[in-house]
Design a protein around this ligand. Structure first.
Ligand code: NAI
Ligand code: MG
Length: 502
């Protein structure tokens, strides 16, 4: 059984073992501990002890050097980590190699960004004063990570958290702890206790981390349901909570689109990582004049996609993460078909793969807005298609969701583009290039997606709190103090003099 990583040491836990399963063949690869409350307390204590040193004694240029060193170590170990990510998470190996590339970029980006500024000087009220806005870390940050992009979503939290001067305790998802534990040999360039890793179940280890009074901030990516549970606890304790809770992203195709291009764009946006991406295109709206040609060509293209184990270099679509997740996808498809939709491709498990949580890429037509597949996050390789008549209708349909993470539009019509990005309620708008991230571009969503942002300057700001320092260089009686009987009055701004002496 693998061990926890606390204060730079492998830590044996008293918690029960959790099996880690290869979703491509359903075999157990290893076991990790379900960290107990005491284990989590030890990890938080380590992070709390390390905090003053990391925040106050490691200068910005030294932080930059260390964060760049982390990026470099990720680069060197890319293939080694990507292989374990594929074994435990199922995602095709080349996609995991790509994921680590983005992780490298993220650490490099925040290594530099934190050197620029940590606040600003503002005009003071009187001339004998200095007024500053300081940006300070929270302290210990609990990072709770999902399994679909286990290292990238970790980087989006840990890199800015460290850059801001916080220390962290990471809890990976039950399904993908092995690649995360490998990172001990990357993070050990930092002072001990700055990064700690506890594995375990959400309801035990995750819950203990959220509730710990010394955890000043919780950063979470995952389901809406778990996000609400965490947000309630944080609200009760009045602690900072940072959420990214998935989506139901629309993909709108205008009538001027290049059909050959848009067919491949939709297939990738809907089936990437077996549809287990928070920004998966989960609702396709195509203009009725090109719908028939589009659907035929999409089905034809999808036929050629290879479903199989992620270590196979030809694989386009790997297995889903688990049996329960596949059951949810099957329930969504069954609900759609029962209510009149048609699976023009897929709609079942692939016959040639007897083991593993595989599901065929599935194209549904004849769907309606009330079906589960158009309302709840499906998180599987399912592409439901609806048609629309005019562009205003397309925008209304795009907004027909509780979520607001991303939205895609294909067109070269600048009037439509402007209307789309001004009226669609989503944190990212992609025009003619779906799902591309940018380290400098904030990522997160409107509405039930959570409202918070990772990446970009906003992503660093999220891990900093604000302090206003009001500093008067002279100790002197102020004319607006007591007693008012002397003619003093608390008349605020008007009474304040501009000091020219000294
Ligand atoms: P989840 O949200 O339950 O799990 C994500 C993380 O939260 C894991 O590390 C888990 O251990 C932890 N967690 C769970 N319950 C917790 C609790 N009470 N306190 C603290 N931490 C807790 O997601 P799950 O169950 O793996 O997937 C269910 C559905 O959620 C998926 O089918 C998908 O729709 C959605 N999801 C969305 C993701 C996204 O990227 N937005 C990522 C993962 C899941
Ligand atoms: Mg769950």
């Amino acid at each position: 059984m693998k061990t926890l990583w606390i204060n730079h040491r492998s830590f044996q836990s008293g918690g029960k073992p959790i099996p880690v399963i290869n979703p491509a063949n359903e075999e157990i690869i290893d076991e990790v501990p379900d960290a107990t409350r005491d284990d989590v307390f030890r990890a938080v204590a380590a992070a709390k002890t390390a905090f003053p040193t990391w925040w106050k004694e490691v200068a910005a240029h030294q932080k930059a050097e260390l964060l760049h060193e982390i990026a470099h170590r990720f680069k060197v170990k890319t293939r080694e980590i990507a292989k374990v990510m594929t074994l435990e998470g199922g995602k095709p190996f080349n996609e995991n190699v790509d994921e680590i590339g983005w992780v490298v970029n993220c650490f490099d980006y925040y290594a530099e960004l934190q050197r620029n500024a940590r606040g600003r000087v503002i005009p003071s009220v009187e001339s004998s004063q200095l007024a500053m806005v300081l940006k300070e870390p929270y302290g210990v940050v609990g990072c709770i990570i999902p399994w679909n992009y286990p290292i990238l979503l970790l980087a989006w939290k840990v890199a800015p958290a460290l850059a801001a001067g916080n220390t962290v305790v990471i809890k990976p998802a039950e399904q993908t702890p092995l690649s995360t534990l490998m990172l001990s040999s990357i993070f050990d360039c930092l002072p001990s206790g700055v990064v700690n890793i506890v594995t375990g179940r959400g309801e035990t280890a995750g819950d203990a981390l959220v509730r710990h009074p010394d955890v000043a901030m919780v950063a979470f990516t995952g389901s809406l349901e778990t996000g609400k549970t965490i947000a309630k606890i944080c609200a009760e304790m009045v602690k900072k909570c940072h959420l990214e809770l998935g989506g139901k992203d629309p993909f709108v195709i205008a009538e001027d689109s290049d059909i050959e291009v848009v067919v491949r764009a939709v297939a990738w946006a809907a089936f990437l990582n077996a549809g287990q991406v928070c920004t998966s295109s989960e609702r396709i709206y195509v203009h009725q004049s090109i719908a028939q040609e589009f659907v035929v060509k999409l089905a034809d293209f999808t036929k050629g996609l290879v479903v199989g184990p992620g270590m196979n270099p030809d694989t386009d679509i790997g297995p889903m993460i688990g049996a329960e997740n596949r059951r949810k996808v099957e329930a969504h498809v069954a609900d759609a078909i029962k209510r009149g939709a048609k699976a023009i491709f897929g709609g079942k498990r692939p016959g040639h793969l007897k083991k593993g949580y595989f599901y065929e890429p599935t194209i549904l037509t004849g769907v309606e807005r009330s079906m589960r597949v158009m309302r709840d996050e499906t998180f599987g390789p399912v592409c439901p298609i609806m048609t629309y008549k005019d562009f205003d209708e397309a925008i209304a349909l795009a907004n027909d969701t509780i979520y607001g993470l991303g939205a895609v539009l294909y067109t070269n019509d600048s009037k439509k583009i402007k209307k789309f990005f001004e009226n669609v309620q989503a944190g990212t708008i992609w025009i003619n290039d779906p799902l591309t991230d940018n380290d400098a571009g904030p990522f997160g969503g409107y509405k039930a997606t959570g409202g918070h942002r990772e990446l970009g300057e906003e992503g660093l700001e999220a891990f900093r709190q604000t302090k206003h320092v009001h500093w008067d260089f002279e100790q002197e009686n102020k004319p607006w103090w007591y007693p008012y009987g002397n003619g003093n009055k608390p008349s605020g701004a008007i009474a304040r003099k501009s000091k020219t002496k000294g």
